[in-house]
Design a protein. Structure first.
Length: 111
């Protein structure tokens, strides 16, 4: 009976040892798959950063604004400076806030 119990315990230990090794191999494959996925995601991130830099370039935005939307830079005289109030209203500690407006090229100057 003791011999059978010893063999049974030995077989259980072998199964535990084999299971542990198989699990280690499985985890190793999983780690390698995750490393490969990480590399792919880093490449995609770098490509997206390049794309963002390309799309947000000021020259490209100006070209798209001109070609697609017909926008142009304001000509001299089209920009009007507007103050929020007379300088004496603003007080010594505050400065008058200024707003820049662009006039449209419509006869009379306003729409």
């Amino acid at each position: 009976m003791k011999k059978l119990l010893a063999v049974l315990i030995g077989v259980c230990l072998v199964f535990v040892f084999v299971w542990e090794r198989v699990d280690m191999v499985r985890l190793g494959y999983h780690i390698e798959r995750l490393k490969h996925e990480k590399i792919l995601l880093e490449r995609e991130r770098d490509e997206l950063r390049v794309k963002v830099a390309t799309l947000s370039a000021p020259d490209r935005i100006a070209k798209v604004a001109a070609d697609k939307f017909g926008m142009t830079l304001p000509q001299p005289g089209q920009v009007v400076m507007v103050q929020s109030g007379p300088a004496e209203w603003s007080g010594a500690s505050r400065q008058a806030s200024e707003v820049r407006l662009a006039k449209a090229d419509v006869p009379g100057g306003r729409r």
